[in-house]
Design a protein around this ligand. Structure first.
Ligand code: EPU
Length: 345
């Protein structure tokens, strides 16, 4: 398909700064707001023009000129599609706001997503990086997703195994499908087990519940505690543009992990089932002197060094320069490689 043949819902020359939470200036040559799978199907086929699927824009570095077609996934709808003695099954459209889905399931009396309250972004973006917080990952509550193959126009169903979830990772990232919208997620189905158990093991969450003097928290109380912790530490993009954690927490082999732990006894370490050790990137960045420090108009946030913030008017090049400087200092000081977490276009 060439731009001359685009359906009339495709717009031209759309501002990017308002579409992403990092608010970098730029323009997309073409833009389409997608509210149904049928509408998306009208844009499938073999194209020379690049396509990129965007949800809430909260995990992307997107600025400058994007000369392709930006597909803004706004497919709505959320419903209970089934229930058995073990679980509730809830399906939501890719464009649903993540936090609103969490709040709605809790209000219906279907617990299970409470630890993931207040994560920015949309339902359709959530599986791509397997969002996670406070001891829970999307993969733990995921049943399946529907996605449109943008080449063939076929609608596929991927179950949990097919998604190959790992820490902040999935088959979408492993195959690079997310970079040029090869497979676009249209709906996601969750499995919320009826045998609910409070997940309160994560240090900061436990401390917050204790502070609130809550002994046997309900799912709603856990959500409230998560919201309190997140609001204290993570900047609101509406007032301070950012893309959440800017780096993954690095996984290092057991030898390096043990050596670092010996030198830095207060380094937060999370042993993994495969023997590797996950380190807290925020700690490494803080100890490299970057907490509350910046370069140009971007900086590492003063309350959480893992979050890069745009102090106003920053450009893509400044984001990349700060990311490289932080990576270089952490590499030099600790011998650890940090990899960016947001999708960088
Ligand atoms: N830390 C520091 N200095 C800092 C930041 C953190 O020393 O500036 C230390 C903390 O004291 C703590 C440890 O590092 O001991 C971990 O910090 P925190 O609990 O804030 O979590 P995180 O590992 O930095 C991850 C996720 C967050 C998620 C939180 C809570 C990643 C890349 N980030 O952050 O996710 O909300 O855990 O579960 O895994 C996101 O992905 O955008 C995001 C915000």
């Amino acid at each position: 398909m060439s731009p001359r043949e685009f359906p009339d819902f495709v717009e031209r020359g759309v501002d990017l700064a308002t579409r992403t939470t990092l608010a970098l200036p730029g323009q997309a040559a073409f833009y389409a707001r997608i509210t149904s799978t049928g509408q998306l199907a009208r844009l499938t086929g073999n194209w020379s023009l690049r396509r990129f699927a965007l949800g809430g824009g909260s995990n992307v570095v997107l600025g400058g000129d994007f000369d392709g077609l930006l597909l803004h996934l706004a497919i709505g709808g959320r419903e209970l599609i089934g229930e058995d003695e073990n679980a509730w099954y809830v399906r939501a459209g890719a464009g649903e706001n993540w936090h609103q889905l969490v709040a709605w399931t809790l209000a219906q009396g279907w617990p299970g997503l409470e630890n993931l309250a207040l994560i920015p972004g949309t339902v359709g973006a959530a599986p791509i990086q397997n969002i996670g917080a406070y001891g829970l990952e999307l993969a733990d509550r995921f049943l399946s997703l529907e996605a449109l193959d943008m080449q063939s126009g076929r609608l596929l169903r991927l179950d949990r195994a097919a998604c190959r979830f790992a820490y902040r990772d999935s088959v979408f990232k492993q195959q690079g499908w997310h970079l040029d919208a090869q497979l676009v997620i249209t709906r996601v189905t969750f499995r919320l087990p009826k045998a609910w158990q409070a997940l309160t093991g994560y240090g900061e969450l436990a401390a917050e519940l204790e502070r609130q003097a809550v002994d046997h928290p309900s799912a709603q109380q856990i959500a409230a505690a998560v919201i309190a912790v997140r609001s204290r530490k993570l900047p609101d993009p509406a007032t301070l543009p950012n893309a959440g954690s800017f780096f993954h927490n690095p996984l290092v082999d057991a030898t390096l992990g043990a050596r670092l732990q010996q030198i830095y006894p207060d380094l937060p370490c999370y042993p993994q089932p495969d023997g590797r050790i996950k380190l807290a990137a925020g700690w490494l960045i803080e100890r490299s002197g970057w907490r509350g420090r910046g370069l140009g108009r971007v900086g590492m946030y003063e309350k959480q060094a893992l979050v890069m913030v745009n102090h106003g008017g920053a450009r893509r090049a400044e984001v990349m320069a700060l990311a490289s400087a932080v990576q270089a200092d952490v590499r030099q000081r600790f011998g650890v490689e940090l990899t960016p977490e947001p999708i960088i276009l």
